[in-house]
Design a protein around this ligand. Structure first.
Ligand SMILES: NC(=O)c1ccc[n+]([C@@H]2O[C@H](COP(=O)([O-])OP(=O)(O)OC[C@H]3O[C@@H](n4cnc5c(N)ncnc54)[C@H](O)[C@@H]3O)[C@@H](O)[C@H]2O)c1
Length: 248
């Protein structure tokens, strides 16, 4: 049976000031979604028509307060979907990774995913049985090691995001909340510095069957597919958006 969806769809996008989050907010707005963006107060490039709510996803109180502000923006109506793009990458060989380095990256990427997803799900479960869709951002680093620009903390954090995705899909399935992850390869965003290093760039390109980096909008399209009812029977899975790199 097709679920009939009426009215504007409400989407929360974290990391909406840059890269994939910004592209997701822009594309969703162009497609008629009502979007609220969350990002650090000092975030630089939010989409002009999307309200940007300040939020530090490493801080539980800040996440709570940001979602309260979204409640106010939408008169208490729950989001239909969350695309959680806020994240951080730090190049650091394993032997140079301190406990503090590990905590900074793993807490932001893994713990932050839980805090934001739980805040969204809390509202979705209260939304008279409508449920919703949670989309987390993993990375090709969750499934492949990187000799060129390694970051053990980053890889581990994204492995945790994928495990979390499966757990939340099972735990929240009874509330009609789906949870999936998108695992980008190398995407041309401010997070990716490799494109400024010609030698490293050539090496990376050789590993990508598509022969180029991905764009933020190419990832955004898949995020919105998972956020929308187009993917109504998809949950607990990870979709790679990597130009075939994971297969090479
Ligand atoms: N760009 C890539 O090649 C790539 C590859 C694989 C996975 N990813 C993942 O995709 C997601 C988006 O990456 P991107 O390339 O758009 O990065 P980006 O650096 O362009 O944007 C990240 C956003 O997260 C926000 N942010 C950082 N710390 C935050 C915090 N504590 N609280 C709230 N917001 C915070 C930043 O302000 C920024 O707006 C990340 O999870 C990243 O790990 C990116």
């Amino acid at each position: 049976m097709n679920r009939v969806v009426s009215g504007p769809r409400r989407l929360v996008v974290t990391g909406a000031g840059s890269g994939i989050g910004r592209a997701t907010a822009a594309l969703a707005t162009a497609r008629g979604w009502t979007v609220a963006g969350l990002d650090l107060a000092e975030a630089e490039g939010p989409v002009p028509s999307v309200p940007l709510v300040p939020c530090d996803i490493t801080d539980e109180d800040s996440v709570r307060e940001a979602f309260r502000q979204v409640d106010s923006l939408w008169d208490g109506q729950a989001p239909h979907a969350l695309v959680h793009c806020a994240g951080v990458y730090r190049f650091k060989p394993a032997t140079l990774t301190s406990a503090a380095d590990w905590d900074a990256v793993v807490n932001l990427n893994a713990r932050g995913s839980l805090l934001v997803a739980a805040a969204a799900a809390e509202r979705m479960t209260a939304s008279s049985g409508e449920g919703g869709s949670v989309v987390l951002l993993s990375s090709i680093a969750a499934s492949r090691g990187d000799a060129g620009e390694p970051s053990a903390a980053y890889s581990a954090s994204k492995g945790a995001v994928e495990a979390l995705t499966r757990q939340l899909a099972v735990e929240w399935g009874p509330y009609k909340i789906r949870c999936n992850a998108v695992a980008p390869g190398v995407i041309d965003t401010p997070m990716t510095t490799v494109s400024h290093n010609p030698e490293a760039f050539e090496q990376v390109l050789r590993r990508i069957p598509a022969g180029r980096l991905g764009t933020a909008e190419e990832v955004a399209r898949v995020c919105l597919f998972l956020a929308s009812e187009e993917s109504a029977y998809v949950s607990g899975t990870v979709i790679a958006v990597d130009g075939g790199q994971g297969a090479s």
